[in-house]
Design a protein around this ligand. Structure first.
Ligand code: COA
Length: 198
């Protein structure tokens, strides 16, 4: 009899956990999203601000990331579709879930939304002191194009303005494909297009 090579995890007993999932944010997610927001930012938005974004801002698109094993919301992100520019408004991951690639998965999901909506580029502002976010965005090809002095009202910190090249172009799509392959290596089976994309 031919010996059978292990074809799947059942054969080896080595069961990899289900990958995290992305989905468009729903009103029902609000309590969990606000909890992530509170944990991630010193001065965060109240639930009413998210509700308003979801129900009254036609430009806004928000996504959530759920842990594959528990289904718990571990992060979220949002952007505004402004003519041909996707403006990333927020990306946040629970402190205890960081450095697992979740921030990258969320940025990839936001870019999938932007590409689907035929945006030409993505932009954002980030605190000068936020090394983690600046490094994450640089991975996704955002580069620094300027500063907004004393942009943040809580501590008057400067904002760095970052933008991408044409996100519909070949070079950018290749970059995204490379990052997607890295994330798929870490989380086999991951889908970087948020479920229910609108
Ligand atoms: C920024 C943030 C979303 C990153 O989330 P994350 O899940 O830790 O991100 P990832 O695991 O995908 O990290 C991707 C890359 O970003 C960089 N990075 C992330 N955290 C970093 C840190 N603390 N220091 C330096 N680089 C960091 C690294 O290059 C990292 O890749 P690596 O882990 O292979 O070295 C998270 O730190 C957060 O929620 N911060 C508070 C909210 C915030 O500041 N949001 C951004 C402003 S809109």
């Amino acid at each position: 009899m031919l010996s059978r090579r292990p074809e799947n995890d059942e054969d080896t007993g080595d069961v990899s956990p289900p990958p995290p999932t992305l989905a468009m944010m729903q009103s029902a997610d609000m309590a969990d999203v606000v909890a992530v927001e509170r944990a991630a930012y010193a001065s965060g938005w109240p639930a009413t601000a998210f509700e308003r974004e979801l129900t009254q801002n036609a430009m806004a698109r928000y996504i959530v990331l759920r842990d594959g094993a528990t289904g718990r919301i571990a992060g979220f992100g949002g952007l505004w579709l402004m003519v041909d520019e996707a403006h990333v408004v927020t990306v946040a991951v629970l402190p205890e879930e960081r450095r697992k690639g979740y921030g990258s998965i969320l940025v990839a999901g936001l870019l999938a939304v932007a590409i689907e909506h035929e945006m030409a580029l993505a932009t954002l502002e980030v605190r000068v002191s936020n090394d983690a976010a600046r490094a994450l965005y640089r991975d996704f090809g955002f580069y620094e194009v300027g500063m907004r002095k004393r942009y943040y009202s809580d501590n008057h910190e400067d904002a760095v303005i970052m933008t991408t090249e044409d996100i519909q172009g070949d070079a950018y799509r290749k970059r995204l494909a490379r990052l997607a392959a890295q994330l798929a290596g870490r989380y086999p089976g991951i889908d970087l297009v948020p479920a229910g994309l609108t």
